[in-house]
Design a protein around this ligand. Structure first.
Ligand SMILES: Nc1nc2c(c(=O)[nH]1)N[C@H]1C(S)=C(S)[C@@H](COP(=O)(O)OP(=O)(O)OC[C@H]3O[C@@H](n4cnc5c(=O)[nH]c(N)nc54)[C@H](O)[C@@H]3O)O[C@H]1N2
Ligand SMILES: Nc1nc2c(c(=O)[nH]1)N[C@H]1C(S)=C(S)[C@@H](COP(=O)(O)OP(=O)(O)OC[C@H]3O[C@@H](n4cnc5c(=O)[nH]c(N)nc54)[C@H](O)[C@@H]3O)O[C@H]1N2
Ligand SMILES: [Mo]
Length: 587
């Protein structure tokens, strides 16, 4: 409390970094990020963060191109039921890994992905996995594997697009009616600016997928209804905007966007319900702990934390704006593990020395906790009462406490209440409610929101004494935004300046960026497998045995390790060439 008071008095609330990115735990009330943001707002605000480590590039580019919030589009991916019924080819960039689709943010009520995928397989849809890793699609699907050189997917998409044009197969009627700017993109595709036609041979030289395969694939995709899926990993990389823009352009050229079981799935099964959620998600707002208003305007794109700490007063470009890095004196983190999630931890560790004080609430002795000045031990979700629900899932779940808090650990709420008390903000922070009063308040608010849409949730005492409750049988199948757009683009325009899909964006062109111009394109890069200094490429994908760093102490994660280290997989030929054998520790 003294540190917070001093920094506020001497430097203002902007000097507190409270972005506190992280997954935390399920539960509407005890959600650690909601707690820390509400607390900091009650004492005058903080420098915040925007976007996610999951999908930052897509979150920024997609609204310019499709006029929809990225996450809305993800939840409206073509459904497996429709794919099984209408689609003939499912082309998955980055696969649709079983390892990834066992989680939902906010909690998961039913793990149905396996059944849903099996239905697609049984329907005889051809599944093609474009990925450096074969098991990015489930083994039971018997997918065709096109191993691609990592980070070259945009070149493959361009090669497919070029083939469509060269063979006169692209859907000109769709492009005319539903898109703008194809005529600005076409000369680039044909190589009229740079003398490099983006044809299948050009794509083959970058992707290492044979040109004949690319040409045949283009014909197959356009012949019958197809779905293009794109994993978020394709934008969690340099020039990450381009793959999302280009797959949309390719989808428009194929002309299946907005048909059931056709078009593009923007993150198929990256998270369970983002692809496997179906059409029956809550049509009402699920209440969350109100965060209040943040009076501080300064923010950073979430992954710029090291840059911010290294260069206060420095500037950066963000989505057409010019931002200034604030001078951070105090960091408060609750519910995330930046020493797990950030890039280049050596740089982060140096930069982390800059603030006077780092405060962390944690349940586990994580690397981030070890890099803090003050650590508050926080309870886990098993040690408190909460409401389990989210807008991503049709279930509402009573989360009843199963054991007393361990040792001196406290709920984040109690930690922040005690701090707020010392800083004169207790009443604003608590509104006079204790844990169960908040849980009940959030439930009643949700219940009212549901009732306004004709959906009945049980009364609180019944809910609290019972088990997980599903609203699925009370919800109707939603129609997706792009289906409505296809049906009637005048009545249901997209939220872009043109109301259509923007293959050329005047807005983006006006930013004048040299790494993101007015239409999707391929940018040469020095970090490519096999080029120059890089004989190997590390894919540091999401871990199969845990959620990021969470449950790393658990038996599932520990049993998968080799001498206490994370297992790395390597092509046996590459390993043999380096004298590496199975089970050895490598650096
Ligand atoms: N190399 C590499 N890096 C990556 C990724 C990758 O694929 N490869 N993936 C990126 C992605 S997509 C993401 S989303 C991020 C994830 O990064 P994070 O979300 O930061 O990772 P988690 O391990 O889930 O961290 C959550 C932390 O919150 C703590 N916690 C849980 N519940 C509570 C609670 O109730 N109270 C408090 N105070 N703490 C709690 C947990 O103990 C844990 O330490 O990682 C990113 N980083
Ligand atoms: N078990 C488990 N599940 C998780 C998570 C977890 O930590 N553990 N994290 C969750 C979170 S927060 C998120 S955001 C999602 C992320 O979902 P994704 O972004 O889809 O997950 P990744 O595992 O990073 O990437 C999927 C696959 O893409 C492939 N890939 C990597 N680079 C390239 C490339 O350049 N081209 C192609 N074609 N393929 C490539 C990799 O082989 C990788 O296995 O996963 C969620 N699911
Ligand atoms: Mo993520």
């Amino acid at each position: 409390a003294e540190s917070l008071a001093r920094v506020r008095a001497e430097h203002g609330n902007q000097a507190i970094y409270g972005g506190s990115y992280g997954w935390a735990s399920a539960g509407r009330f005890h959600h650690a990020l909601g707690q820390v943001h509400r607390f900091l707002n009650c004492i005058g605000g903080y420098t915040a963060s925007v976007n996610t480590y999951s999908a930052a590039a897509a979150e920024v580019i997609v609204p310019h191109v499709l006029g929809l919030p990225f996450m809305k589009l993800v939840f409206e991916s073509p459904t497996p039921a429709d794919i099984a019924r209408y689609c003939r080819t499912l082309l998955l960039f980055g696969g649709a890994a079983m390892k990834n689709n066992q989680v939902n943010s906010g909690g998961i009520g039913a793990h149905t992905a396996r059944d849903q995928l099996q239905r697609i397989g049984e329907a005889g849809v051809e599944i093609i996995n474009v990925s450096p890793v074969r098991d990015d699609t489930a083994d039971f699907l018997d997918a065709r594997w096109l191993p691609i050189r990592p980070n070259t997917d945009v070149a493959l998409m361009l090669g497919l697009a070029h083939t469509l044009v060269a063979e006169g197969l692209h859907d000109t009627a769709f492009l005319e009616r539903y898109t703008v700017g194809f005529e600005r993109f076409l000369p680039y595709l044909l190589g009229e600016f740079d003398g490099r036609p983006k044809d299948a041979d050009w794509a083959a030289s970058l992707t290492e997928i044979p040109a004949a395969t690319i040409r045949e694939l283009a014909r197959q995709l356009v012949r019958e209804r197809s779905v293009l899926g794109i994993s978020w990993s394709l934008q969690r990389q340099r020039y990450g905007e381009q793959s999302y823009w280009m797959i949309t352009t390719l989808g428009a050229m194929l002309g299946h966007i907005g048909m059931p079981g056709g078009g593009v799935g923007y993150g198929y099964g990256c998270i369970h319900n983002m692809g496997f959620g179906g059409r029956r998600l809550p049509p009402y707002a699920v209440a969350a702990l109100p965060q209040g208003q943040n009076p501080v305007a300064s923010f950073i794109p979430v992954a710029r934390i090291t840059d911010m700490l290294e260069s206060s007063g420095g500037e950066l470009d963000y989505n057409g704006r010019r931002l200034t890095f604030p001078d951070i004196k105090l960091i408060y983190w609750a519910g995330g593990n930046p020493f797990h999630h950030h890039q280049d931890l050596h740089r982060l560790r140096q930069a982390w020395q800059k603030p006077d004080t780092v405060i962390v609430n944690e349940s586990m002795w994580t690397a981030t906790a070890r890099h803090a000045d003050i650590v508050f031990p926080a309870t886990t979700m098993l040690e408190r009462n909460d409401l389990g629900a989210s807008g991503h899932d049709a279930y509402v779940t009573p989360m009843r406490q199963v054991r007393q808090p361990y040792a001196q650990s406290r709920n984040d709420y109690d930690i922040f209440t005690a701090l707020a008390d010392r800083l004169g903000a207790k009443d604003v922070f608590t509104e006079g409610r204790d844990e169960m009063q908040w849980v009940r308040h959030l439930y009643e608010t949700t219940r009212r929101n549901a009732a306004a849409k004709g959906i009945t949730l049980p009364e609180f005492p019944v809910f609290w004494a019972g088990e997980q409750f599903s609203i699925e049988d009370q919800v109707e199948d939603a129609r997706f935004s792009l289906e409505l757009f296809r049906e009637d683009p005048q009545a249901h325009p997209l939220g872009t300046p043109s109301g259509k899909i923007e293959i050329f964006s005047a807005t983006i062109a006006s930013f004048g960026y040299d790494d993101c111009i007015g239409h999707p394109c391929w940018f040469d890069r020095d970090e490519l497998l096999g080029s120059g200094r890089y004989p190997l490429h590390l894919v540091s994908n999401q871990p199969r045995t845990r959620l990021h760093s969470q449950y790393d102490h658990g038996v599932t994660s520990r049993e998968a390790k080799i001498q206490g280290r994370e297992a790395a997989r390597m092509n046996p030929a590459d390993a043999a060439a380096r004298g590496i054998g199975s089970g050895q520790v490598v650096r």
